[in-house]
Write a protein that binds this ligand. Structure first.
Ligand code: NAD
Ligand code: MG
Length: 389
């Protein structure tokens, strides 16, 4: 670990995405505290080059190997190591030269590099919720064994984490995850059946990557977050509750054994939880817009519509079943969301694909890492076969 005054060296896995670019905004505003050590992207070489020229990291990686030459040529005058191919993600995660990995890759692809960082005892600022959904038991056990702190970036989990500061001896009775309800709050299946991609991509409160935006519209995002919360905070399924809170200013709540509830509030801006995770345990002064009660005279809370948004029920089923069920749910959902984004299936078909895939794939009570990978692969193949991809 660096001495107190040394800058924290940040490795951003998924630097060209919504979380990645906002993290770079935070780092840019606090270059006295942070420096960039590693940047990785899937295919957006243009943006990765721009970021690399500005932040001059030690190493960059592009997933798409066809873009290697372009990246290499653009950075030839800089002393930056250039890598290509998804396999090299783990190689970069194995570097000793960073202090914090910001895990901001979307989906299952984030699991391997994050697990590598954790197995090296690195601090991980975790945005990639799918990592815990797929293999939460293995990731948390590895983190424990190697004393790797995992600081959540997901706003709900950051809220809970913040509420728990100073409460380590006080058991949690339950946590209450808030959900905005997404763009289709109050809608019924007869409306949802005709929903198209562009409409589903318009989230009322948050601007995010495409996959999580669709997950927010189907409420799968909240289901994935329930599973994420179980692993992060070591909870039983019945200790995780969801409430629809349209304004998205209460980011989540913790109820303790005396019935007291702590909430964390703020404007819906992911830069806040990103900054909190990178700065932890310190809070960093910033100029972000401040919350005003005058602009929010009414805060509302309501029960989710489980009948319409059936993904939430499927995720709860996976949360209770344990084993490889959440891994299968996640894989099927990734395929189904991808197909919906390509206009290949309808909005309600996403749930049908996930449900059928969970029914089909064999249950494994205590999967090894290899078995998680196998379950993921089988679930993807089956989901793709019913969509006829
Ligand atoms: P995004 O799609 O905007 O960005 C994803 C990043 O991952 C990009 O840099 C992309 O190049 C990279 N990537 C994509 N596929 C990859 C692959 N197969 N291999 C390697 N890299 C790959 O996504 P996002 O909205 O920034 O979300 C990132 C993660 O953070 C997700 O797991 C999401 O659930 C979580 N999260 C996001 C938000 C948000 O506000 N965007 C909030 C909470 C949690
Ligand atoms: Mg969230």
């Amino acid at each position: 670990m660096p001495a107190a005054k040394q800058k924290k060296r940040i490795a951003i896995f998924g630097s060209t995405g919504s979380i990645g670019t906002q993290a770079l905004d935070v780092i840019r505003s606090h270059n006295e505290l942070f420096e960039v050590e590693i940047l990785t992207a899937h295919s957006n070489a243009e943006l990765l080059i721009e970021q690399a020229l500005e932040f001059e990291p030690n190493a960059v990686l592009i997933g798409d190997e066809a873009k290697y030459e372009m990246l290499k040529t653009a950075l030839v005058s800089k002393n930056i190591k250039v890598f290509a191919g998804e396999k090299a993600l783990e190689e970069l995660a194995d570097f000793n030269t960073y202090d914090i990995m910001l895990a901001a890759i979307v989906g299952f692809a984030g699991l391997k590099p994050t697990l590598k960082a954790v197995s090296k005892g690195k601090m991980v600022a975790l945005a990639n919720k799918e990592t815990l959904v797929v293999a939460g038991d293995i990731v948390m056990q590895t983190a424990l064994e190697h004393r790797a702190p995992i600081i959540p970036v997901d706003s709900e989990h950051s809220a809970i984490f913040q509420c728990l500061v100073g409460e380590s001896r006080n058991p949690i009775e339950k946590i209450i995850l808030t959900a905005s309800g997404g763009p289709f709050l109050g809608k019924k299946p007869n409306f949802l059946v005709n929903v198209k991609r562009d409409h589903a991509l318009q989230h009322p409160n948050w601007s995010m990557g495409a996959k999580i935006t669709i997950d927010s519209a189907t409420l799968m995002n909240k289901g994935l977050e329930m599973i994420e919360a179980k692993w992060l905070f070591n909870l039983k399924p019945e200790q995780v509750e969801v409430v629809i809170h349209q304004q998205s200013v209460i980011h989540s709540m913790v109820q303790f054994q005396d019935g007291s509830i702590k909430a964390q509030m703020g404007l819906p801006d992911m830069k806040l939880p990103i900054q909190y995770a990178l700065g932890f345990p310190h809070r960093i002064k910033n100029e972000f817009p401040r919350f005003s009660f005058r602009k929010y005279p009414n805060l509302s809370f309501e029960e989710p519509d489980f009948k319409t948004f059936r993904n939430l029920g499927l995720a709860i089923q996976a949360l209770k079943a344990g084993g490889n069920t959440a891994c299968v749910l996640n894989a099927a959902n990734e395929i189904a969301v991808w197909a919906f984004l390509k206009n290949r299936i309808g909005f309600l078909d996403i749930t049908a694909v996930v449900e059928k895939t969970i029914e089909k794939i064999n249950f494994i009570q205590k999967p090894s890492l290899e078995e998680y990978f196998e379950s993921d692969g089988e679930a993807r193949n089956f989901a793709a076969s019913i969509i006829k991809l």
